[in-house]
Write a protein that binds this ligand. Structure first.
Ligand code: ADP
Length: 372
């Protein structure tokens, strides 16, 4: 089993008109030429695996940081992308879950095209190669899980509420979640659109904002080959098989790709009118707090490799961390896409995001191919 670090890509969104008042000091971030490094304020520097300045196009981001993950996914490995940042920092724009008015396709629509291109190519190489694709779409609000692909139909009530279960080996799996069969790019995009729409409508009805919930869009890929001289990845990539072991028995692989749009990371001032007096406190999203604690515990574990005693990792503190247990410290290639604003008015939130993302880089995952 190979270990691989959680990688972090930082995307700095362009200043919006309100942010620009002809004052150069309004921008709190500067970039280091040819290095994935930024400087915030006068002298605090952070280095990530990728740094994408405001002028980076959706295509450039996709080609450099996402395509390698699509390759891993097709090889049968799990992949997770976590979009993290304050509301308005570009998480939805980058992931491509919003309505695309300017033809600026984000990650998921680009992924849909790459996946089908590669899988149809794989199938064309032999009639024995088959693949099946499924999609699921969940929303977590407080500690409730909503299935965004279920359309409420009184005649067909949902059989089981979505839950997180553990098998006898302690492996987490999600139960009672609709997995919709996907045959085309259009099917995938329809699931994404309908689910996103349901998320927005639901939050309007609850008088909240969808930026306060977490959304997890997942693609499950099941592949099967039989009687050929290479593995699925070599076929898909059209590589020669000379340097790879031959496979004589059929191979069945299952891999999952999670696209996670996390709740806005900003500290919210919450007015609590329940008591006699109005109390105002600083509210931090519970799931993100738990996620931060998991990231810290895992990071400390990797830093103390010499110590035999490993840290307790508090996955059980929230449903978000239970759902993402494999993505952090487990069996997944994981990329955190940290989105920030360069405006000096957002300095504190931007610095918080940079620190959070920096801690995630210390996490080591253990990745293997998932045979069915
Ligand atoms: P979030 O999902 O983090 O709340 P959004 O993705 O909705 O933020 O971004 C807020 C606004 O800024 C949207 O209108 C979006 O189109 C725009 N935006 C965000 N990032 C970029 C970018 N890199 N380039 C151009 N526009 C962007």
């Amino acid at each position: 089993m190979a270990t691989t670090a959680v990688r972090v890509a930082l995307r700095v969104r362009p200043l919006i008109v309100n942010n620009i008042n002809n004052n150069k000091d309004d921008c709190s971030i500067s970039f280091v030429k040819d290095e994935p490094q930024i400087i915030i304020g006068n002298d605090r520097s952070f280095t990530f695996d990728f740094v994408f300045p405001p002028e980076t196009s959706q295509q450039q981001l996709y080609e450099s940081s996402i395509i390698p993950l699509v390759d891993r996914f097709i090889e049968g490995k799990n992949v997770t992308i976590l979009a993290y940042g304050q509301t308005g920092s570009g998480k939805t724009y980058s992931m491509g879950t919003g309505i695309d008015t300017n033809n600026q396709q984000g990650i998921i629509p680009r992924f849909a095209h790459s996946l089908f291109e590669r899988m149809l190519d794989f199938q064309s190489k032999s009639s024995n190669n088959t693949f099946q694709i499924y999609a699921s779409f969940l929303e977590l609000y407080n500690e409730d899980i909503h299935d965004l692909l279920i359309t409420t139909d009184m005649n067909y009530p949902q059989q089981e509420n979505p839950t997180i279960r553990e098998d006898i080996d302690g492996k987490i799996y999600w139960a009672g979640i609709k997995e919709e069969r996907i045959y085309t790019v259009e099917d995938l995009m329809r699931c994404l659109k309908n689910g996103s729409q349901k998320r927005t409508t639901g939050s309007t009805e609850m008088n909240t904002s969808s930026s306060r919930s977490h959304a997890i869009f997942s693609i499950i890929l099941k592949q099967q080959t039989s009687h050929h001289e290479g593995n699925i990845a070599s076929l898909v990539e059209n590589k020669t098989t000379l340097d790879r072991p031959s496979i004589t028995t059929p191979q069945r692989l299952v891999s999952k790709f999670h696209f996670v749009d996390l709740a806005g990371s900003e500290r919210l001032k919450r007015t609590n009118a329940m008591g006699d007096r109005q109390k105002e406190g600083i509210f931090i999203n519970g799931g993100l707090l738990a996620l931060g604690n998991v990231i810290s515990a895992l990071g400390e574990d990797s830093n103390n490799k010499s110590s035999k005693k490993s840290q307790h990792v508090p996955y059980r503190d929230s449903k978000l961390t239970r759902l993402l247990q494999d993505s952090l410290g487990g069996n997944s290639h994981t990329l955190m896409l940290a989105c920030v604003s360069a405006s000096s008015s957002d300095y504190t939130e931007t610095l918080n995001t940079l620190k959070y993302a920096n801690r995630a880089r210390n996490i080591q995952n253990r990745v293997q191919i998932n045979q069915d």
